[in-house]
Write a protein that binds this ligand. Sequence first.
Ligand SMILES: Cc1cc2nc3c(=O)[nH]c(=O)nc-3n(C[C@H](O)[C@H](O)[C@H](O)COP(=O)(O)OP(=O)(O)OC[C@H]3O[C@@H](n4cnc5c(N)ncnc54)[C@H](O)[C@@H]3O)c2cc1C
Length: 388
Amino acid sequence: MAVPINLNGMSSGRADIAVIGGGILGLAHAYVLARAGKRVVMFERSSRAIGASVRNFGMIWPIGQPAREIHDIALRSRRIWLEALEASRLSYRPVGSLHVAYQADEADVLREFAEIGPTAGYECRWLEKSEAIERSQAIRSDGLAGALWSGTELTVDPREFVGQFGGYLREVGVQCRYGECVRSVQLPWIETARGRWEVERAIICAGDDFETLYPLVFAESGITKCKLQMMRTEPQPDGWELGPALAAGLTLRFYKAFRICSTLEKLKARVAAEKPEYERWAIHVLASQTSDGAITLGDSHEYGLTPEVFDRVDIDELILAEARTFLRLPSWQIAERWHGSYALHPELPFLEAEPEPGVTIVTAPGGSGMTLSFGLAERMARRIAECD
Ligand SMILES: Cc1cc2nc3c(=O)[nH]c(=O)nc-3n(C[C@H](O)[C@H](O)[C@H](O)COP(=O)(O)OP(=O)(O)OC[C@H]3O[C@@H](n4cnc5c(N)ncnc54)[C@H](O)[C@@H]3O)c2cc1C
């Protein structure tokens, strides 16, 4: 028997630019391009975005970005983040960050960074133990050597921001098409699961979906995926504040900013020898606070094109054990566990590709997509303005 096809809800229309993907890169591109006067349509295949952009710490983290070009993009991105947050009246915490040191080699790296970082554009300084404790009620004082303070970092609540920013984009004229998967792009046509749109350009911010659009470009690009395990506590009692977002010694192995430190190799060698299980799962520990007062904790890193769907209890235990070495929380009650996956390129800070004229793929900002999002979108808008 033939199944009747319901044609209600078919979609069609025109715009200057189609943005494909409603994660943070898609939202940022839609915002910046609409602000530049473009008619924008944004397609998100799910009824709400559920990819990496809602699964992260919400850290806007210029301090971790490698010096010069990428750090500059992060700083510009932060400025646009602030503008977008104020305009949309969504919450954020301008709390800065502390990298805490308990081992001599951690203090060496952070002291060195505090010395040479400012000459490379990082606004940061070393705090002695007493000053660090004054900045944060959340860090353990026993064994603390000191901390690196930076006031530049912001924390947003990723679920709140990504869930609600589309509503603000609608107010400023972006056509947000949630629940509409793009099946093909053949300019000027965008074929979706529900119809056909006519546009001049398309920007593809499809995150770690390498299969739907331009799969050969992805196959040849060398990008891969990374799976990360995460946890969140219950909201902390009595309005308890984390203060600055926190990172500790293991993190120094991850963020490329610290590669300018000659003391880093010694720390890496010690961690590899002393903590092989942290090396195996590429674990470091960050802590941020969401708008309801809960603390987000993570993470691990498992690389490969087909991420493992089953989470490992032992990884969560390693993360929590490390967190307890530097963090003091009124409540350690874990309320949520999940994993996320992002696209990354083994060498490049992100992937930009132009599979055909007028179509640009922007993806794979790795663990820095929240940080770089609005800066990457601004670059794109500038490039488009130059072509027009
Ligand atoms: C656990 C974890 C912690 C992290 N912490 C941080 C952090 O604190 N700070 C930071 O800067 N970065 C962090 N990151 C990295 C950051 O979250 C990602 O780099 C960023 O979210 C990637 O955004 P995106 O828009 O490219 O991808 P996504 O968020 O995955 O969005 C892509 C969207 O495109 C949609 N889509 C795909 N194909 C189609 C199609 N054909 N049609 C329509 N829609 C489509 C998908 O449904 C999806 O919603 C973290 C990542 C993870 C996983």
